[in-house]
Ligand binder design. Structure first.
Ligand code: FDA
Length: 394
């Protein structure tokens, strides 16, 4: 007789949520984690206030090799289910923007809630537990750890992706998947700031801290949010979002003035204030130092009177501003990425239960799988939904 019905590797968002649902049906559940604390990513998420879900979470907000995979789990455990749980614990929250829900007080409340949900139903949590190896013999998983061997009928892999190794991220989830015959959809850092080539970096170095609303597009992604210049390159929600759609070597299309048409504005200015300079018109839309940096970059004659601006100049200012082809050097990588794109191939997992279709009793939940949400609470919603799907199926 194995020690446990289910062992879950990873006491993060998905693992804790799964443990609570599994133990609630009387299952003997053990959660193992090498970290000193539960839910470390939850604690630092959302600037310490945890953007725990999104009012508008829907399958369209997720990237995966199989975009249909996430539908069933998201429909069976929705944002409203998690909001209900948060409300039952009396955790105050607010919508910041675009349906993003944050704790009023602290992300600790979410971790405390998840741990209470586990301990209330008898799920055990063992921290500071290194996983040495896993094998499967005679219908049992044997987990060899720094605290000895544990045996279980089912094994749930909830050890997340590769982002932020400083917080304890490791490739264990992918290694276990491969050990049991699964393939891995190629992984890379996502929701991550871009770095720029030296020439562009120098051109915009002075702008570190300047943020403006833009529309950033790449492949079939397009986001209208803020872009922030940093001392390494460009960041802010628009850039983090589009990083999930961008492929290395490609250019992004950035519209620096999505709310107006600059050629119309210049032509109107030619009628109404012909003696005004191009620079002062542009300053009606952008901070002065951004106008100067863009003018240096694209060689705009800022002193030119509007009356003297040729159609050729107007067209080039228009194309520069509305269709900037910005070619990043790369991204800041896993060091600062919020998530890992790609992961365990979802075509080898049941979308109803999260159980492997290759190996009986083996489950994958959360970020380790090839399901990646947009910025804005979507990744936690996937952790809750996939954790629930496995927790109620075990
Ligand atoms: P998660 O990473 O939460 O948990 C994995 C667990 O496995 C960890 O406890 C880890 O210690 C453990 N583990 C890993 N390797 C192990 C090993 N070898 N042995 C034992 N244990 C091991 N999302 C969102 O929706 N809203 C937000 O506000 C944010 N904010 C945010 C900020 C920052 C800075 C980051 C890095 C990420 C976010 N995210 C986010 C993303 C979100 O944190 C992430 O998608 C979920 O935490 C994924 O949940 P999982 O349970 O799958 O992994």
């Amino acid at each position: 007789m194995p020690d446990y019905d289910a062992i879950i590797i990873g006491a993060g968002a998905a693992g804790l949520h799964c443990a609570a649902f599994a133990a609630a049906t009387g299952k003997r559940v053990l959660v193992l984690d090498h970290a000193k604390q539960t839910g470390k990513k939850i604690l630092i998420s959302g600037g310490g206030r945890c953007n725990f879900t999104n009012l508008y979470a829907a399958p369209e907000n997720y990237l995966s090799d199989n975009p249909h995979f996430c539908k069933s789990a998201l429909a069976r455990y929705t944002q409203w289910d998690f909001i209900d749980l948060v409300s039952r614990y009396g955790i105050a929250y607010h919508e910041k923007t675009l349906g993003q829900l944050f704790c009023d007080d602290s992300a600790k409340q979410i971790v405390n809630m998840l741990v209470s949900e586990c301990t209330n139903v008898g799920a055990e949590i063992s921290l500071r537990t290194e996983i040495i190896g896993v094998d499967y013999q005679q219908g049992q998983y044997r987990i060899n750890t720094s605290k000895g061997e544990f045996r279980s009928t089912n094994l749930v892999v909830a050890c997340g992706g590769l982002s932020m190794p400083k917080l304890g991220a490791t490739p264990l989830g992918y290694q276990l998947a491969e050990q049991f015959g699964h393939s891995i959809t190629p992984v890379r850092a996502a929701l991550v700031p871009f770095t720029l080539h030296d020439q562009d970096k120098q051109a915009f170095a002075e702008l570190s801290g300047v943020s403006i609303p833009v529309t950033a597009s790449a492949n079939d992604g397009s986001f209208h949010e803020a872009m922030l210049f940093t001392h390494r390159g460009v960041s802010g929600p628009a850039m983090l979002q589009i990083s999930s759609y961008w492929q290395p070597g490609e250019a992004l299309t950035v519209n620096l003035l999505p709310s107006d048409d600059i050629s119309e504005a210049i032509k109107q200015g030619q009628q109404q204030q012909p003696k005004a300079q191009l620079g002062s018109l542009l300053q009606q839309y952008f901070p002065k130092r951004l106008v100067q940096a863009l003018a240096d970059y694209w060689q705009w004659p800022l002193q030119q009177r509007l009356a003297d601006c040729s159609n050729e100049l107007i067209n080039s200012v228009h194309d520069n501003l509305h269709q900037w082809q910005l070619k990043p050097n790369g991204t800041e990588g896993y060091r600062t990425a919020e998530v890992t794109l790609g992961g365990v191939n979802v075509n080898e997992i049941s979308s109803k239960t999260m159980e492997s279709t290759l190996q009986s009793g083996l489950y994958f939940i959360g970020e380790v799988m090839d399901v990646t949400g947009w910025l804005g609470g979507y990744n936690f919603q996937w952790a809750w939904a996939s954790g629930y799907a496995a927790g109620t199926a075990l």
